[in-house]
Ligand binder design. Structure first.
Ligand code: PRX
Length: 702
């Protein structure tokens, strides 16, 4: 990472000062009257004086086989251990415990992307049957055991939560890879997690097309083999049970359709295994500053307690509500706030296979109207897209939201207002939830009945969490000073990841390396570093401005610049590559790739080769919007590529002083080439947000 002090001529304070403080907006009395948490005493209960015991309140929402004796063991920072001595099973908590009173309650209403297809409505009892039968198959046919890891590469079908819960029932750690990722990205994650079983699907719909998914499993197994891991069995769920929807062949003695073998396990029941609170429930891979994705390992007890508590208080799901989170279960939002949190509180949720704008941008509102959805949960990128494609659509439908969540990226106040006024019809409470794959659940947000909304700011720290903004020297930036800095959390909380799977040193270094007093055994000396830049108002509300590390947040999905660059470098003609974020009105950021070629190679196919390589190696979401071929990349005298300089060019920001570079002359040449092409295509940002300028200044070099 570059030291930003050497290269900024605008101070953080000056940048922050450009922002207008937004007015508070209060929830309706109707919302407050029905809310799960409208008792102001909750702030005292979760106050610093009651830390860490306050988190008992969340853990007490679970059913424990054995109660814990120590709420927080912080003796070996930063490996904090919650609810020590406690035993439980996540599958039991999400399914079995609801049977007695709510067996017939709807757990999921699955909605196909194809509007004419019927819904699949699954009660808690039916979910229990499916989970048990699949757990029996996993144990007997696939031979999995408590402590193993199993990789999933599944789309948005009910069989995905069934698979997760069946594995959790057996104490097997699941690692679901986002279905849109490529087979080779899945293969790398199989290797890292040392999984010998892959569970996938034959096909799924995307924008009206039935995509073959089985072919990705073959690629994943191949890739895993290169990394030294043999996948022994591939279990394939069918999009249409009993019928194959793929033309990719099944490999004998390796690939099995679940529907061909599940019949043998009809009526089988599997006892949920009672597991220690710190038993790893799942891994979720996320991008970082190196090409190798990090397997964030989440615990059973701490994680489940945290997502259950936050679902109850912040998502405000009540027994009669219909909740719909549009995220994909392949991301952390889906794990925490489609599967584990909502099922643990016994919610009725909508599960949607498709994209929000197919066949038209009225689709989400038709689903909401038809199914009576009253709690809605989505990301700024989707809100922007729906606003652009159908700004007047919501008014045409008769649905009634009481609560709406936004997650994944900073939301612009203007976009926030459309969400509030048009989608929420001025009645729904908006909850801007700030968190990360690593944090397990919300860390910055308003408690909807008790804390007013402020467009563009997520809110204060979540209950029991104390955020602090630190400057690069570790000094606290006082709330209200208008200065931006590094967003950190002062204290541990139960939802935080336990470690990076297989790499505890990287865990310590990434999240604690910057400020921790390494010799100290006190948790107070170990602030958690989010990797985000932000400011804190006098009211304690946090405004996240973007990443401070080399991560690009594309439509709410994190992509590491190194991952993009190493994928581009698989194109043999390329000598050097650098990935930078460019501002995009809908997706927030899109990646652009700058490449220089090896001498004497033909440049005509490079753009499509690079785009193709990145789509194949990572997945279509990572596909760069532009590939710029340059004679050389700007470098420091020690040979580091100055990503900040090319990011400035891509975004029409002043490149600053480049005279100290080893090759300052290329800067003008690249600028001329890139900006004239962008002018020609009309791809010039009209009004670049201050946060984007800030992100560019912080952008790394190496
Ligand atoms: O930069 C922050 C941004 O998304 C990052 C986390 O991404 P990921 O691990 O993929 O998890 C996304 C879903 C939780 C954060 O470091 N981010 C997430 N939520 C918000 C946000 N930025 C601003 N406001 C948010 N509400």
């Amino acid at each position: 990472m570059a030291n930003q002090n050497d290269k900024t001529d605008v101070s953080e304070g000056q940048i922050a000062a450009h922002w207008k403080e937004e007015e508070f907006i209060f929830p309706t009395t109707g919302f407050v009257g029905q809310a799960n948490m409208a008792d102001p005493n909750v702030f005292e209960r979760f106050g610093e004086d009651n830390y860490p015991e306050c988190f008992r309140e969340y853990a007490d929402l679970l059913s424990w086989d054995q109660y814990w004796h120590t709420t927080l063991d912080s003796s070996n920072p930063p490996f904090f251990n919650w609810f020590v001595g406690g035993k439980l099973n996540a599958s039991y908590n999400c399914v079995d415990r609801h049977l007695e009173k709510n067996g017939n309650k709807v757990a999921f209403t699955w909605v196909s992307e194809i509007e004419e297809e019927p819904d699949r409505v699954i009660s808690y009892r039916e979910l229990w049957v499916m989970v048990n039968e699949f757990a029996a198959l996993l144990k007997d046919f696939a031979g999995v055991k408590t402590g193993d890891r199993v990789t999933l590469h599944m789309p948005m079908v009910p069989e995905l939560p069934v698979t997760m819960l069946a594995l959790a029932r057996l104490g097997v750690t699941h690692s679901q890879v986002f279905g849109g990722f490529s087979g080779s990205a899945c293969g790398d994650r199989i290797v890292d997690s040392e999984s010998h079983i892959l569970i996938t699907s034959d096909a799924y719909y995307r924008s009206g097309t039935l995509l073959d998914h089985k072919s990705k499993a073959d690629e994943a197994v191949e890739q895993a083999k290169k990394g030294g891991i043999e996948v022994k069995k591939v279990l394939v769920w069918q999009r249409y049970p009993g019928k194959s929807s793929t033309s990719t062949a099944m490999k004998n003695s390796r690939d099995y359709y679940v529907n061909d073998i599940i019949g043998k396990y009809r009526g089988h029941r599997v006892e949920p295994i009672s597991l220690p609170a710190d038993h790893p429930l799942f891994l979720m891979y996320t991008s970082g500053t190196t090409a190798k994705p990090k397997g964030c390992q989440h615990s059973t007890g701490g994680y489940l307690a945290y997502v259950t508590g936050t679902t109850q208080y912040y998502q405000d799901i009540r027994p009669e509500d219909v909740y719909w989170c549009m995220a994909d279960i392949g991301w952390i939002t889906g794990h925490s706030y489609i599967v584990y949190g909502p099922l643990s509180v016994g919610a009725s949720s909508v599960l949607f296979e498709g994209v929000p704008n197919y066949p038209d941008p009225g689709r989400p509102w038709r689903i909401a109207e038809r199914l009576g959805v009253n709690i809605f949960h989505t990301a700024p990128t989707t809100i922007r897209m729906l606003r652009k494609a159908g700004p007047d659509e919501p008014a045409k439908y008769d649905y009634n939201f009481k609560h709406m969540t936004t997650v994944g990226e900073p939301i612009e106040p203007e976009v926030w207002r459309w969400y509030y006024d048009v989608v929420g019809k001025g009645k729904a409470a908006v909850v801007d939830t700030y968190w990360q794959t690593e944090t397990g659940g919300f860390i910055g947000t308003t408690l909807p009945a008790l804390e007013p909304m402020k467009p563009g700011s997520c809110g204060p720290g979540a209950l029991g969490i104390v955020p602090v903004i630190l400057d690069d020297d570790g000094n606290k930036i006082e709330p209200g000073s208008g200065k931006a800095g590094n967003v950190c959390m002062s204290n541990p909380w139960p939802g935080r990841m336990q470690t990076i799977y297989g790499d505890p040193d990287r865990f310590v270094d990434t999240y604690y390396g910057k400020y921790a007093k390494k010799d100290s055994k006190k948790w107070e000396d170990w602030p958690y570093v989010t990797g985000d830049g932000g400011t804190q108002g006098e009211d304690g509300y946090i405004r996240v401005v973007g990443r401070v590390d080399d991560v690009i947040n594309v439509a709410g999905h994190r992509l590491g610049t190194k991952e993009l660059e190493s994928a581009a470098l698989t194109v043999s003609e390329i000598g050097e590559a650098a990935a930078v974020p460019a501002f995009d009105e809908l997706k927030g950021r899109v990646p652009e790739l700058y490449v220089s070629l090896k001498p004497g190679v033909d440049s005509s196919e490079i753009e499509s080769l690079v785009k193709g390589a990145i789509s194949t190696i990572i997945g279509p979401i990572a596909r760069p919007s532009e590939v710029w071929i340059t004679s050389d990349l700007p470098k420091t005298r020690s040979g580091k590529i100055m990503r900040r300089v090319i990011a400035s060019i891509s975004n029409f920001v002043d490149v600053g002083d480049v005279t100290t570079l080893a090759n300052p002359e290329v800067v003008e040449e690249i600028k001329e080439h890139v900006q004239s092409a962008k002018f020609k295509s009309g791809n010039v940002p009209k009004d670049l947000p201050e946060s984007m300028k800030k992100e560019i200044e912080r952008f790394g070099e190496d």
